[in-house]
Write a protein that binds this ligand. Structure first.
Ligand code: MIC
Ligand code: SF4
Length: 639
């Protein structure tokens, strides 16, 4: 039977299969610092002396604004851990994990698991690359399979050629416009069609990167001559192999996009799927433009930006900031003179890191309008909740920076001619290989690094209070905000827990602390967005025992289970019936998660009783029963 590319890679990695899940072997892992400290504490707790993957990399790219000792302490801890346990360490300044991984580590046909939701970026090079909670990545480093719900495979057929000034970002914005932020849940997007030959690897990676915003498990492009040329330019031609779906492979769904019909698009505040044509916004004033992030910071993107800026000046009312995706990109911008063109136009050049994308500096002014080439524009993520953040291509962004208002880049005239070199500048001196004898390495732990809390084994009946009731599409940024003040506390669960739901409900922490045993009520797609396990671990620490939601985003659902919180699925009627403050008893938990009957949900104040379900696999039920994955791993004792 003809196979999709996804199926071929899964089949080559399958270890375990049930009717709900695939368990696959993970070849490579990546972590970044904001999730990585927990990953390595979790890995350490397994007691395994060395990672069992083919290659694991620890990047420092998120918490690089060192306003206190915390981030620098974390960097040292991460470096020691990497050295000891057989992991490559990409130093702060070397670039954003996804961009560097594409350049230096990604291999077509391999599997990659990363503790960051944009890990699918490597799908641009033909990897099956999946974002997950940190503890799932720790387990993969320990040699355990990674489990994912059996996905539907969607064929996205890209036809024909995009017009000048229309780029990869417009393709993924068009997909978001059509499918919404929950349209990809439970699916893998596989790209084919004659249009893909017009997309280089970093452009493909823009699409697979921001596919994460649809909730998809991952996205993948075939590995073809374009992939080969990219690997050759990185002096890794020997790692190339051709990969494609079989002719006549059958897909669960098909979506066709005529690239020649696309126009420049922009996602308006406060959701990546609030997509409009740039034409609809033309003329509105812009205060800030930021170009960078793991979505759009490749050499091609930035050479285009530089060549538009050459000889021009940034509009006096606009602050333009540019953060190259990697040190390789920055060095090549410098060596070609493009960096000088940017600086001379008035751009503020930032470190090669996530920076403003995660609220690490460059917060816009109150009520400001910020145009960014990023992938997320959730309210408040920029550091200014009163600002409006718009997501768009580098082409639109640079046009706005010059004109000081929303501008269709097609007005700028001829599209610049970009010459990408055949050979890129290779200098891996900021990537430290692991020590030969890890057992001798001592780990330095700063005072901000606190031990991991764990939960007791699951009980059959719990009594909780519904301490917050939320709507649809609640993000993990809503649950556990990021930004320059809070991110440095990522290794300190007691401290960072004080900020849970802070942007939505300032008294949440106090209430949770008083209540001790509580639950969260939510609508559809609860926990969309980032992979941060803090959005589950901190609520667990604050006594949250269950989340009752209409539906869950994939990574967050796993994180809840991994930290012993029951994900309960409720229907519209139950959602409407539950009020904040209500006391609820949930019975038959152990039976229901084992597939015997339903959960008995009893509203204690009104006396009403309803039945609710969980949709756990047998493996997930075992983890939940143990009180979380760490307890489960420790109990199991072998890997
Ligand atoms: C994000 O883009 O939201 C982050 C910050 O990269 C997160 C990870 C984190 O919260 O540390 C992600 O995408 O998973
Ligand atoms: Fe970093 Fe932003 Fe990419 Fe997340 S989305 S990895 S914060 S650049």
């Amino acid at each position: 039977m003809p196979k999709t590319l996804t199926q071929k890679i899964i089949d080559a990695h399958i270890i375990d299969k049930s009717y709900l899940e695939y368990g696959i072997k993970i070849d490579q892992t990546l972590t970044q610092d904001a999730t990585g400290t927990l990953v390595y504490l979790e890995f350490e707790a397994t007691g395994i002396p060395k990672v069992k993957t083919e290659g694991s990399v620890s990047y420092v790219d998120h918490n690089t604004l060192q306003t206190g000792f915390e981030n620098a302490d974390d960097h040292k801890f991460l470096q020691d851990m990497a050295h000891k346990y057989g992991i490559y360490f990409s130093r702060p300044g070397n670039g954003i994990c996804h961009q560097v991984h594409l350049e230096r580590f990604g291999i077509p046909g391999k599997t990659l698991l990363g503790s960051d939701s944009h890990t699918p970026t490597a799908g641009g090079i033909g990897m099956l690359a999946i974002g997950a909670g940190g503890i799932d990545v720790a387990a993969a480093m320990a040699g355990m399979p990674f489990y994912m719900p059996i996905p539907k495979v969607v064929n996205i057929i890209l036809q024909s050629k995009p017009n000048n000034w229309v780029s990869a970002k417009d393709i993924i914005l068009e997909i978001l416009r059509r499918l919404s932020v929950k349209g990809g849940v439970g699916k893998i997007f596989e790209y084919t069609g004659n249009g893909i030959k017009h997309l280089s690897v970093p452009e493909r990676a823009t699409i697979t990167n921001m596919g994460a915003e649809t909730g998809v498990t991952t996205s993948i492009f075939p590995s073809d001559d374009i992939t080969k040329a990219f690997l050759l330019s990185q002096k890794r031609g020997d790692q190339w192999k051709p990969l494609a779906p079989d002719d006549n492979a059958t897909y669960d769904e098909t979506i066709e996009i005529d690239l020649s019909s696309l126009e420049p698009l922009i996602a308006c505040p406060h959701s990546p799927d609030n997509v409009k044509s740039i034409k609809d916004l033309e003329g509105k004033a812009v205060d800030q433009v930021v170009i960078g992030s793991c979505t759009n910071s490749s050499l091609k993107d930035l050479l285009m930006v530089a060549s538009v800026l050459k000889g021009k000046k940034v509009h006096p009312n606009v602050s333009l900031a540019i953060s190259p995706g990697s040190r390789q990109v920055l060095m090549m911008l410098a060596s070609t003179g493009a960096l000088t063109d940017m600086i001379s136009a008035g751009a503020r050049i930032l470190e090669c890191a996530c920076g403003p994308c995660i609220g690490m500096g460059q917060a816009p002014r109150t009520n400001g309008v910020s145009v960014r080439t990023f992938n997320r524009n959730f309210k408040g993520r920029s550091g200014t909740s009163a600002a409006g953040v718009y997501l768009t291509s580098p082409e639109v962004a640079v046009a706005c920076a010059i004109n000081g208002k929303f501008t269709d880049p097609r007005e700028l005239g001829a599209y610049p001619k970009i010459h990408l070199p055949e050979k890129f500048l290779i200098d891996d001196s900021m990537i430290i290989p692991p020590a030969k004898k890890g057992e001798d390495i001592e780990i330095t732990r700063g005072p901000n690094i606190k031990p991991l809390p764990t939960r007791e084994a699951l009980k059959d009946t719990i009594e909780i209070q519904a301490i917050i009731k939320l709507g649809d599409n609640i993000t993990t940024d809503d649950i556990m905000p990021a930004g320059a003040k809070i991110l440095p506390l990522r290794s300190n669960i007691p401290e960072i827990s004080k900020h849970v739901f802070f942007g939505i409900d300032k008294n949440f922490y106090e209430r949770a602390n008083e209540t001790k045993s509580s639950g969260i009520i939510a609508g559809e797609n609860y926990g969309q967005g980032s992979s941060r396990e803090h959005a589950a671990l901190c609520p667990m620490y604050l006594g949250i025992k269950a989340v009752l939601a209409r539906s869950f985003a994939r990574i967050h659902r796993s994180n809840l289970i991994n930290f012993g919180i029951i994900p309960v699925i409720i229907d519209k009627k139950a959602y409407d019936a539950i009020q904040q403050g209500q006391k609820i008893r949930i019975g038959n938990i152990l039976g229901a998660i084992a597939g015997k009957g339903t959960l008995d949900v009893h509203f204690l104040s009104s006396g009403e009783k309803i039945s609710c379900k969980t949709d756990l696999s047998g493996r997930e039920a075992t983890i939940l029963r143990a009180g979380g994955l760490l307890n489960y791993i420790k109990k199991k004792g072998n890997y």
